[in-house]
Design a protein around this ligand. Sequence first.
Ligand SMILES: Cc1ncc(C[n+]2csc(CCOP(=O)(O)OP(=O)(O)O)c2C)c(N)n1
Ligand SMILES: *[C@@H]1O[C@H](CO)[C@@H](O)[C@H](O)[C@H]1NC(C)=O
Ligand SMILES: *[C@@H]1O[C@H](CO)[C@@H](O)[C@H](O)[C@H]1NC(C)=O
Ligand SMILES: *[C@@H]1O[C@H](CO)[C@@H](O)[C@H](O)[C@H]1NC(C)=O
Length: 606
Amino acid sequence: MAKIIFYNFNYLLLVLSHPTSCASIAELMSVLFFHTMRYKVSAPKDASSDRFVLSKGHAAPILYAAWAEAGLFPVADLQNLRKIDSDLEGHPTPRLNFIDVGTGSLGQGLSVAAGMAYVGKYFDKASYRTYCLLGDGESAEGSVWEALHFASYYKLDNLCVIFDVNRLGQSEPTSLQHDMEVYRKRLDAFGFNALVVDGHDVEELTKAFHEASVTKGKPTAIIAKTFKGRNFPKVEDEENWHGKPLGDKADATIEHLKSLIKNAGPLQLHPQKPLVEDAPATNISNIQLSSPPNYKLGQKVATRESYGVALTKIAENNKHVIALDGDTKNSTYSEKIKKVSTDRYVECFIAEQNLVGVAIGAACRGRTVPFVSTFAAFFTRAFDQIRMGAISQTNVNFAGSHCGVSIGEDGPSQMGLEDIAMFRTIPGATVFYPSDAVSCERAIELSANTKGVCFIRTSRPATAVIYPNETVFQIGKAHVVKKSSKDTVLLVGAGVTLHEALSAAETLEKSGVHARVLDLFTVKPIDQAALVQNAKECGGRVVTVEDHYPEGGIGEAVLTALAEEAVKVKVLAVREVPRSGPPTVLIEKFGIGANSIIGAVKEITA
Ligand SMILES: Cc1ncc(C[n+]2csc(CCOP(=O)(O)OP(=O)(O)O)c2C)c(N)n1
Ligand SMILES: *[C@@H]1O[C@H](CO)[C@@H](O)[C@H](O)[C@H]1NC(C)=O
Ligand SMILES: *[C@@H]1O[C@H](CO)[C@@H](O)[C@H](O)[C@H]1NC(C)=O
Ligand SMILES: *[C@@H]1O[C@H](CO)[C@@H](O)[C@H](O)[C@H]1NC(C)=O
């Protein structure tokens, strides 16, 4: 076989960015891109093409060089690497038309790849394969092992994981260095077809990738023994070269590499196997509830339960809607989707980082509309994945249940009290906080059709239905749920606290104080116009109340919206670590119940 290493990665790239991390995978990338993988250069994100996730995203230059070599864009463009006006950024992002997800926060790519492979095998039932390349240092991340567990449990034989065992990390050698047998045993124990190969031997690599493609019932792990800075004289396998340009060594290194090139290229996708175009067409636009909300005013329903009802309804309407959960499906009510079909539910077990990564992978190329759920509190441990989801331009919907002290007896470890703040920081995110079953169903429907990260915060206690079935909801549009011409204070709540505000307003009315009550529906984007207008109509007096810590929550969102107005705002929120107890007792004890609201109103109207 012709030696097909491409060293176009291009002399310039040796001077910039992470040359040694690229050099260890030159043969791997050559074999993958010019022998093993099937893809269309004319349509890099074609539904039927093989997927490739470079989990060690800092090796971006070689990935860019591979696509340039394949003919997607001129090799000369590589010279724009890391420039402000170039999409060839320091780490890959979907600003580039050949990138599915952003990588570079290490340890996340394999979860995403596992999500893609799950979709390929069980939803698309198509021939495309998924490849994921990781660093050995990176493999110390726990999320990698969560993903390996998921991939083998679901027998993702269309997934091939490649470990670039180049012995070195950033600041020192990796813990296992070149102990290939330890890697092999671990991957074997995790249920993989574990193959140790010489990562610089092209022929061995092509054979291993072939074996991976014919191995059924389990995923394959190619554990490649490599050398960091391969073929860079006096740099190969040496410490202190991570992420460094070669400086005055560059010219000599380039000359040396040129002398090694056996096939000057350009390389053809040859002998590439033909693409099997068997991924079905998908249509994920205009997803609707299969039937409108059907509740009676005053009926008591928990929003977590109406989440399950709505999920089922949109799943009936569109076969690409799927649900994923981390073993909390009978608490979040995501299990209701199983009534449509058990296949539409993906159990990800108690591994929330992987849960989120799998959902991001499942959403890629518009193959599915994922709804991922767990307790709102547990999404915090996947914040890095969620943050990277924004960079990945993901369209994942997150449903966080069991928010706040209103969950009651289970105590503070189970209470989501930071989740609004967390999701509000995500660029472009939509944060829904429905207060009854009707608005919750509409939130789910809107979420399914809204680009970017969507978060739906649901509550555990059953609360009264306050909206007629036919009420129309829009993102960024608040609803005034109690109002008179004599209002002297505006109460802003959501979820359980909206009901506390309503109850406070009724009590206050008896003593002649009229309070208006506003339901934000979405905390982000927030309905600034409605807040300004209603605050003014209520004499500039506002009380916000939320089942969340004050930092980054509803109060701060309202304060920001009203910052330029002549208003006075009192913020009621949970201000200390709460404890176990009955929900109604906790709501009052931690200062967000009707009595606390009445107290705040008396102070602000005094
Ligand atoms: C979560 C995370 N932690 C730390 C870093 C910083 N970092 C970037 S590359 C690197 C070393 C990676 O070593 P390895 O996975 O072995 O890749 P190599 O460059 O050696 O191929 C580190 C620590 C990061 N990008 N992400
Ligand atoms: C996709 O489905 C929606 C809802 O059924 C429909 O309105 C739309 O026309 C469909 N789009 C295509 C391209 O088929
Ligand atoms: C969830 O289901 C299990 C198994 O049926 C049951 O034991 C458990 O009590 C349920 N949990 C909740 C919160 O409903
Ligand atoms: C909602 O619809 C159901 C069934 O159509 C009906 O029984 C109920 O009264 C309606 N509720 C409201 C608030 O209109």
